[in-house]
Design a protein around this ligand. Structure first.
Ligand SMILES: [Cu+2]
Length: 151
């Protein structure tokens, strides 16, 4: 009986590191400005990240109504359509159409001096897929976009 219990304990010890090592939150910081720019053109997330936490900072002074920014992630093929639908979604919905499955992740819209973040699992991403991050505030997608790579 004692022997069996020892075996059970040992298998717990060996299984546990695998369970805890499975969580790896990878943090990404990106800044946005009153000049309608992001400070990054590319974000790369390693394949062993289980979650991504993106923190968006607005380093400008202008209010959200005039120079609001958010951070939206979609497949590159969907980016323009997600941005277009975001126009009519309005600022109350952070300029992302409600329930838009093409928007993989997005932050809220912020103004100068504010910071926001979004966290999402990498299980929603496919290695090798072409992703684009962008700002969906009306008129910003042309200047405020970049490449997002996973894997
Ligand atoms: Cu913007």
């Amino acid at each position: 009986m004692k022997y069996i219990r020892t075996i059970a304990c040992l298998s717990l010890v060996f299984a546990a590191p695998g369970v805890f090592a499975a969580d790896k939150v990878c943090k990404v910081d990106i800044a946005s400005t009153d000049q309608m720019t992001f400070d990054k053109k590319e974000i790369a997330v390693a394949a062993d990240c289980t979650e991504v936490e993106v923190t968006l900072k607005h380093t400008g002074k202008m209010p959200a109504a005039a120079m609001g920014h958010n951070w939206v992630l979609s497949k590159t093929a969907d980016a323009q359509a997600v941005a277009n639908d975001g126009l009519s979604a309005g600022v109350a919905n952070d300029h992302v159409k409600k329930g838009d499955a093409r928007a993989i992740a997005h932050t809220k819209i912020i103004g100068g001096g504010q910071t926001t973040s979004v966290k999402f699992p990498t299980s929603v991403l496919k290695k090798g897929e072409a992703y684009t991050f962008f700002c969906s505030f009306p008129g910003h997608v042309a200047l405020m976009k970049g490449t997002f790579k996973f894997g």
